[in-house]
Design a protein around this ligand. Sequence first.
Ligand code: F6P
Length: 545
Amino acid sequence: MSHLTDTKSWQALAKHRDNIKHMRELFAEDNQRFEKMSVKGCGLLLDYSKNRLDETALSNLFQLANETKLTEKIQAMFAGNAINTTENRAVLHTALRASSDTEVIVNGQNVMPEIQQTLKKMEQFVNDVHNGTWVGYTGKTITDIVSIGIGGSFLGPKIVSQALRPYWTGHINCHFVANVDGTSIVEKLKPLDPETTLFVMSSKSFSTQETLTNTLSARNWLLKSGADKAAVAKHFVAITSNVAKATEFGIEEKNTFPMWNWVGGRYSLWSAIGLPIVLLTGFETFKTLLNGAAEMDEHFATQPLEQNMPVLMGLISLWYSNFYGSESQVILTYDHYLRGLPAYIQQLDMESNGKSVDLAGNSLDYNTGPVIWGGEGTNGQHAYHQLIHQGTALIPADFIFPLTSHNPLGNHHIQLASNCFGQTQALMQGRTFEEAKAELSNSNLSEEQKNIIAKHKVMPGNRPSNTILMDKLTPKTLGALIALYEHRTFVQGAVWDINSFDQWGVELGKVLGVDVLNRLGSDKSCSELDSSSNSLINLFKKGSL
Ligand code: F6P
């Protein structure tokens, strides 16, 4: 048995699991349950009362956090210790949003001045584009940005820009290209004018195949329009930690924005990777987004475990993964602007915690990261909610809802609220056989038929959910919300004793992809691999079935 499953609190949690009453009973017994099991902070409210938790379970979860030294691990992250042990790197996305007078030391050097300089450079660049000082190769003002990047160099800027749609300044349009499928860039470029389009190439490594290929195609598109090579400097900027490669590509050094190896790709939207957000919403909005995240950092670093939102959410999530065999979790955003958030949290959590060895390299005998999925309410209610209500799998859900809409329109928002709250209630209380039978009392069905139909209508209830509320979706609350999920991911990784900050599985895929690419490009028929891979490669070369 590993150290974690040996701990007293783990054993106690495993024993206690089956003693917890149905949530219906827990609510009936204690009309203060909401007051006791909700936390406010950073413009958010977390209601975690609709969970399979009682006082004993909670105190054992906090005990587990203590036994696994969670507080010390949180401090180590903020202090800039090299907690990404396999790459010997600090993990400091929190420094990107810290106030300028903070000191954060990495390898003996305070990184804050460099962060501030980069922010200034971003501000200047965006002002130049907005006020027409930065022009295209024919002297025309820039009207469209095409952001090229993938993974963390795509999801953060795209989803935050989408979420902050009400804050766009109107100076510019932005389009995102990630997929290496040529259709993506071809369709995006079709309506655009090369003379007024600026490409923002985002790649920490400057070596990601999809991003390099899309950037080359973008450059060819520009050159085909009659621009000469010198025009590339006016139409391409890059965000990268590999400036040498960017300049080799033709992007002038002065048009590059730095990235640092102490920022992981999936945690990078707060860095210059957030440039598309600034181009769309302006620098002040971006600063407010950073401030919102900084508030959550402060909360995470200072609040006691019992009042600490990321800690609570991390422990609750782990409770279902490890003690109820729950293999997936769903994020349900009841706000159209947040429709992309589940995809963002999916990368954040699954790339971070999809691990099966501990820090010392030992195989784990407990589950780690669950599958994260989701979508926007109410659409999901007419699709996959059926399985969450009545399926055989236990799928803990997070419901996210702003109390005030940016678009008050008739009864829309009150209906949205009723759906959101109604879903969490239905999941919690379910419907008993007796209730289902009573609902059929006026029907003409026989007693036997009523019994059968009632069985189909039974909903077990006791299905867990968190509800996260905010007054309104603003740059500040959005920053806090994203940081909340970043730290939730950290909490789980810390208790599981895994490295949440590397991604070796993804790296292997990249290496094998290059090998297959070489084989696809060669004249020789492929016969060295397994029979499936050989046949697929040869069929592609033939070009037809
Ligand atoms: O998918 C793996 C990954 O390394 C992500 O973590 C990262 O955000 C993405 O690739 C893109 O990497 P880069 O910014 O170096 O192009």
